[in-house]
Design a protein around this ligand. Structure first.
Ligand code: UT7
Length: 323
């Protein structure tokens, strides 16, 4: 695992300077104390992912040229097309290998991990690079009108090397779901291709280029789906909640994580949260959390790790990993 978070720290007090909000409201409702927003002169979605990937490559003890395929999860690509996967492939000097983008928002990393897992299990590839990288801050409405989402979302990247192995460790199973009925509860509408004109002054003024979220609806569905999909992963592997050594939930909101923790009666040591310092980084959230949890010694060989996510789409997913 590896990660990269932009240097630029944005505290709740910084937000108080640009919108009508308060540190107390943000901490109480979301748990976030600070987040990272990218530096437009330095950070791109693909180069943040490259930085995270280099850390993962180094820690995995492999060489960059060992990577045979790239799965890149992002809903904030550098270009409208092509995807950011090919841009990172170029930055890593891996011209020629396949690269795909996954656009499943907060569940994107688990979807990407699942794709990599299938390729490895079928024997098509031995070493796959999986990343989640996002720049959300440039899509946020930073006025008071947009405060309920702009205080949450943030930028960053995380990466994993998924490799074939002969022992029993690794990805035990992944579980992927979606319900398009709720597509507009959390979305960025423009620049939509089905518009007669993709870009216009009216569209910009209408704020349809900004992230729009019905926070209450997302929250209500999230707490139900998180539990369902964690249970699904446990049942599929004949495990119970007592077997979980570390739950790493997508960092949507600390209140959601705490709710899930209670439902599964997990102690504080068994749940990893870093939303307090990195905010909600969509597809990058789980790999950044895994990378930081590993650095902090929160899991060790043989541990059972459960990943779970919920987000735009709606999409939700889980993975059970024997480290
Ligand atoms: O990554 C996956 C997707 N995202 C999520 O999982 C997010 C899920 N949803 C949430 O985390 C919460 O719904 C939010 C944190 C977004 C909002 O919290 P809430 O407790 O649902 O607040 P609310 O939207 O119901 O708003 C409550 C009040 C409103 O004021 P009134 O109408 O009661 O006077 C809002 O205008 O809080 C106000 N408010 C704020 N006040 C200060 C909303 N945002 C802010 C803010 N600062 N940033």
């Amino acid at each position: 695992m590896g990660h990269y978070t932009p240097e630029n720290i944005v505290t709740n007090e910084d937000l108080v300077q640009i919108m009508d909000t308060s540190n107390e409201w943000i901490v109480e409702r979301t748990g976030i104390e600070q987040r990272r927003w990218f530096n437009p002169d330095k950070d791109t979605v693909s180069n943040m992912a490259t930085n995270a990937a280099k850390m993962a490559i180094d820690r995995a003890g492999i060489e960059t040229k060992d990577i045979e395929f790239i799965v890149f999860a992002t809903i904030t690509p550098d270009y409208f097309f092509p995807g950011s996967g090919v841009l990172m492939q170029r930055e890593l000097g891996l011209q020629g290998i396949g690269a795909i983008d996954i656009r499943n928002a907060c569940s994107g990393f688990i979807y990407a991990l699942s794709v990599a897992d299938q390729f490895v299990k079928t024997g098509m590839y031995k070493t796959v690079l999986v990343v989640g990288s996002e720049i959300q801050s440039s899509a946020l409405d930073k006025s008071t009108e947009g405060r309920s989402s702009s205080v949450i979302f943030a930028d960053g990247a995380g990466a994993a090397i998924v490799q074939a192995s002969e022992d029993q460790s690794g990805i035990l199973s992944t579980h992927l779901h979606a319900d398009g009925d709720h597509a507009e509860e959390l979305y960025v509408k423009d620049p939509g291709s089905s518009r007669k004109v993709r870009l216009s002054k009216e569209l910009i003024e209408g704020k349809t280029f900004n992230l729009t979220m019905n926070g209450n609806a997302v929250f209500k569905h999230a707490v139900v789906r998180f539990s369902e999909v964690i249970n699904e992963a446990l049942e599929a592997n004949g495990k119970s909640k007592e077997d979980i050594d570390l739950l790493i939930p997508h960092q949507a909101n600390l209140r959601i994580s705490n709710f899930v923790q209670k439902q599964f009666a997990l102690s504080d040591e068994k749940v990893y949260n870093n939303i307090m310092t990195v905010g909600n980084t969509t597809a990058a959230s789980i790999p950044i959390a895994m990378s930081q949890a590993w650095e902090e010694g929160r899991f060790k060989e043989g541990d059972l790790i459960c990943l779970a996510a919920f987000g735009s789409g709606f999409t939700w997913a889980s993975a059970l990993i024997q480290w």
